[in-house]
Design a protein around this ligand. Structure first.
Ligand code: ZN
Length: 657
């Protein structure tokens, strides 16, 4: 680990708070120090209040901010005198502590101060840095942890035994730190938790952190416990999508609603899952309290969800009988699964949540493997795990998050997703919380959205193998398939029957009809496994109820597609799969309609382009996003009891009405 301090860069951050921002970001740049909101920093300043009275304030990282991207407003200003008085209390419950931290914050718009604020306050130094460094955890989380820490750091640190984070930990540190510090002390190690360093300026505090973590790394290296061999020969089996979709269905059942299940078949995870000592290593618990809420106390080994849930409940009842009534507040579903075939699967209500769990577990694999190579892995004390898991503060945080968006945990696949109605559907479904897989012939589909819940795949929907590959990729990324939007289609140029070209007819049928049969057929086993019942929306056309001259291939293909969808509604209704059909008309912001075509058509009818766009009963323009909104609605609860329906979205058409 090397210091990332850069004089030139640092000079751009003037004043104590700006310096605090700068080195906090340096810490945040190193995931082996702090991961996803883990770790926190502070600076003590003096500032005049409204009455001109000087006030000592702790500027401490607020919740909801990540060190990597923190800015000045991410630090909550908390009155030092209040914090120090709190530290002297014999006891304080965690909800009380959270309330007091709020009361002592002088800016009502500030984020909630870190739950470790009191700990920062009692350390009598200007800049204080705190991380949950991987290298340190490999030392502390072993049977001889204290000896390892002492040997690695000598007299440089005060060692605090493991105490659950919160008021009690601050209290223990307030007692022990002044007593045990010496002239050589530059840091404080919290066993099974993390590391504190400090300094009179931001650079000193930061570089002491880097130096101590560097020592821990060298200690592991010297004992051949830093790198561990990874076999590169593993590769996940070619087809896993049904296994994974099954697993997701069971996990979602245990969680009480659809969940995203993301797999990662990196050889590191397959290797780890195949270790002979995997049960002993993985089942004890997490490395640091920070990891618990997102990864649960231990991963599921293999794919037996029912067994995992039963064990989880038994474990819970044994160690935390007093907190039993809170069981209903939490689902018992795993957040991490390790499997010798696919490696790692992580579970989340959103794709981002699942990705965070995977990031954390990637570091857990490092920490565990190194601890095992150094000595023997030992997780947090079992009893404390439940105390942390049901930690009031964390619970309050979960409650504050409120109701998730309606498609949270669900996966939608949209064909023809790169432009027009398809692209509008991608945006709408992402906005409503779904993970979205878009298929398109155009490479544009890959870059359509930077959202972590988006996967764009170049795919020729008329190629059955390409569709199977796309479904496999979709399920590996998100776990299954809940919603299918059949949108890809072609609109051949106007041609009378007398002039119809067989090749064009066949191509139209292939894309608008046959490709949809292939996808429905290949997707069906996945749709059957959708935890909350699958939905299919078919984008057909006004040309079905009201065909146009010169559009025989298009009208016939969409009519046949509509009939196919109606049969699917009949065949699959018993499996809880709803199939509904939309008939859009005159949606001009799609790839089918160039300005040229539009102008030509308008002229044919003797209308201006604008009149032509609004040439319907309601005199309204129908846009791609209107069709997308109705498509999403058809997948939502208002259409829960409707299947096989054909709904026009055309501004009202006299031939249809
Ligand atoms: Zn911490």
């Amino acid at each position: 680990m090397r210091s990332l301090w850069d004089d030139k860069e640092a000079a751009g951050f003037k004043g104590d708070i700006a310096q605090r921002v700068y080195t906090s970001r340096l810490l945040g740049r190193e995931p082996a120090l702090v991961l996803h909101g883990g770790g926190n920093t502070s600076v003590k300043i003096e500032r005049a209040n409204l009455f001109g009275e000087p006030e000592r304030l702790l500027m401490v990282k607020g919740s909801g901010w990540d060190l990597a991207t923190i800015e000045a407003p991410g630090f909550a200003p908390v009155r030092m005198d209040h914090l120090l008085k709190l530290a002297a209390l014999p006891r304080l419950s965690d909800p009380q502590m959270a309330a007091e931290l709020r009361v002592a914050t002088v800016d009502p718009a500030a984020p909630a101060p870190s739950v470790e604020s009191i700990l920062h306050a009692i350390l009598p130094f200007k800049f204080v840095d705190h991380t949950h460094a991987d290298a340190l955890l490999s030392l502390t989380n072993t049977p001889h942890g204290v000896e390892h820490v002492r040997e690695a750091f000598g007299e440089r640190v005060v060692i605090i035994p493991y105490v659950m984070p919160g008021f009690d930990l601050a209290r223990v540190c307030a007692e022990r730190f002044p007593r045990e510090r010496t002239g050589k002390t530059v840091g404080m190690v919290l066993m099974c938790h993390g590391l504190f360093t400090w300094g009179e300026n931001a650079r000193t505090a930061y570089e002491r952190m880097i130096a101590l973590v560097g020592r821990a790394e060298r200690y592991l290296r010297a004992r051949e416990a830093w790198t561990y061999p990874v076999s590169r020969k593993w590769r996940a089996p070619k087809t896993l999508r049904l296994d994974l979709a099954n697993l997701r269905r069971e996990i979602s059942g245990a969680a009480g609603g659809p969940m995203i299940v993301a797999t990662n078949s990196d050889p590191i995870f397959i290797d780890f899952a195949r270790r002979k000592d995997i049960a002993a290593l993985s089942q004890q618990g997490p490395a640091t309290p920070d990891h618990i809420l997102r990864t649960k106390q231990r991963p599921m080994l293999g794919r037996d969800v029912a067994k995992f849930v039963a064990e989880y409940r038994r474990y819970f009842e044994t160690y935390a009988p007093a907190a039993k009534q809170k069981l209903t507040m939490l689902d018992a579903a795993p957040r991490i699964a390790l499997d010798p075939e696919f490696g790692l699967a992580t579970v989340g209500k959103t794709a981002a949540e699942a990705a965070i769990a995977a990031d954390i577990y990637r570091h857990t694999v490092d920490v565990l493997s190194r601890a095992a190579a150094l000595d023997q892995w030992r997780a947090l004390p079992t009893k404390d795990l439940f105390e942390v898991e049901y930690w009031d503060l964390e619970q309050a945080k979960l409650r504050r998050q409120g109701a998730p968006p309606r498609f949270a945990g669900e996966v939608a696949l949209i064909t023809g997703g790169a432009s027009g109605i398809g692209a509008a559907c991608v945006e709408t479904f992402l906005k409503q919380g779904a993970a979205v897989v878009a298929l398109d012939l155009s490479a544009k589909v890959k870059e359509l959205s930077p959202h972590p819940a988006y996967l764009g795949l170049v795919c020729d929907v008329t190629d059955a193998q390409a569709l199977r590959d796309a479904l496999e990729a979709a399920v590996r990324r998100f776990g299954g398939l809940d919603m299918l939007v059949l949108n890809a289609g072609v609109f051949p140029s106007s041609r009378t029957i007398g002039a119809m070209d067989s090749e064009e007819w066949e191509r139209t049928m292939r894309v608008n009809l046959d490709a949809n049969l292939l996808l429905l057929r290949e997707a069906h086993p996945l749709l059957q496994l959708a935890p909350a019942g699958a939905r299919v929306v078919v984008i057909a056309s006004k040309n079905v109820p009201a065909p146009g001259p010169g559009a025989s291939a298009y009208s016939a293909s969409k009519a046949a597609l509509t009939q196919l969808a109606r049969v699917a509604a009949l065949e699959w209704g018993g499996e809880g799969i709803r199939v509904n059909i939309l008939h859009p008309n005159a949606v001009f912001d799609t790839a089918l309609w160039t300005d040229e075509v539009l102008a030509k058509r308008a002229k044919n009818y003797g209308l201006s382009v604008d009149e032509y766009k609004r040439n319907n009963v309601l005199r309204t323009e129908v846009r791609s996003r209107d069709v997308a909104a109705l498509t999403a609605e058809m997948c939502g609860p208002s259409f829960a009891k409707t299947t096989g329906a054909q709904v026009p979205i055309d501004g009202g058409n006299e031939r249809v009405i």
